[in-house]
Design a protein around this ligand. Structure first.
Ligand code: ADP
Ligand code: ZN
Length: 297
């Protein structure tokens, strides 16, 4: 059974792991994200000299995922200037001499939930992370959906509630998108304190559920996912789940109600892999890259 390398490349930290094909993590390390010149040697020091069959990377983005494009395998217009244009796939391939799979951080987390977590066996599933940013990963037929680039469901426009104390969302691109109104920084900007200190304030979570439910209804209408999984720091507020389910039911207005929607408790669920869905998804990306290269399990 081959071993795989997994990297969850984030804006502040790099989580690395060596895992078996069954998603069993054998060794892990975390490094701060500095410039590519500083960080790449540290990452290679971790992965080099290990009997790896392939590697998978879930990366902060946007990233080039279209294999026909010259941008494939590169980090694109990220605010982290030192990494802009960085050919992350090529660098690992050259240094390690193994196939390297790449996807966005949120698509990779979605894939982890599909492979080993709450979306196992489903044809279509959506994973939404609500943290510093808001991101949507969509799995169709066991693969993250890419299309033209990759879904950017975190920036879905939502209707701002008239009594929202936050006059404009915090997203620099959009006055009222989901990330701008429902991310951790949006909550902090609105209420003057970090989200984790507002657990007792019901109005905070009612408004949060109002925005998240709008997005979930849009995903339900457009993608018809068989389940929606919610992860990220903000979703540690467990009281959000019943509020979101109630608001989704209200906003759907009874128009669609069959299938998984009959039981929203099992349709809209918390992430199930602790905070490891990203790393585990990267293991699955590695396995996919290995198989595409002709490798056999
Ligand atoms: P990141 O998105 O940076 O990878 P997280 O998913 O942990 O990491 O998101 C961080 C955001 O989530 C911060 O804005 C923080 O305030 C918020 N957050 C973290 N933990 C909690 C919590 N227990 N309850 C509510 N919000 C939280
Ligand atoms: Zn936006």
């Amino acid at each position: 059974m081959p071993y795989f390398g997994a990297l969850e490349a984030g804006g502040t930290k790099m989580a690395c792991a060596i895992a078996s094909g069954q998603g069993e993590i054998l060794e892990r390390a975390t490094l701060p994200t500095r410039s590519p010149e500083e960080t790449m040697p540290e990452l290679l020091a971790f992965f080099r000299g290990k009997p790896l069959a392939a590697m998978g990377i879930g990366c902060f983005g946007p990233v080039g995922l279209d294999r026909r494009s010259p941008c494939y395998g590169r980090i694109l217009a990220t605010p982290k200037a030192a990494w802009r244009g960085f050919p992350i796939v090529e660098r690992f391939q050259e240094a390690l001499g193994i196939p390297v799979g790449l996807d966005t951080d949120v698509n990779t987390a979605a894939l982890g939930e599909w492979a080993w977590g709450g979306a196992q066996g489903l044809g279509t599933a959506a994973y939404l992370t609500v943290g510093t940013g808001v991101g949507l990963g969509v799995i169709v037929g066991g693969r993250p959906h890419h299309g033209m680039l990759h879904p950017e469901g975190g920036h879905l426009p939502v209707v701002r509630r008239a009594d929202d104390p936050l006059a404009r969302g915090v997203c620099p691109f959009h006055p009222s998108c989901l990330e701008g109104l429902a991310s951790g920084p949006a909550i902090a900007a609105r209420w003057g304190r970090p989200a984790q200190e507002l657990a007792e304030r019901r109005e905070v979570w009612e408004l949060e559920a109002f925005y998240l439910a709008q997005a979930l209804c849009a995903y339900i209408m457009v993608l018809s996912p068989e389940r929606i999984i919610l992860g990220g720091g903000v979703m540690h507020q467990a009281q959000l789940f019943p509020l979101i389910r109630e608001e989704v039911r209200r906003q759907l207005g009874g128009y669609i109600s069959g299938g998984g929607l009959a039981d929203l408790e099992t349709y809209i669920v918390p992430a199930s892999l602790g905070d490891s869905q990203g790393l585990l998804g990267a293991v699955k990306l590695a396995e996919n890259a290995y198989k595409e290269d002709g490798g056999r399990l």
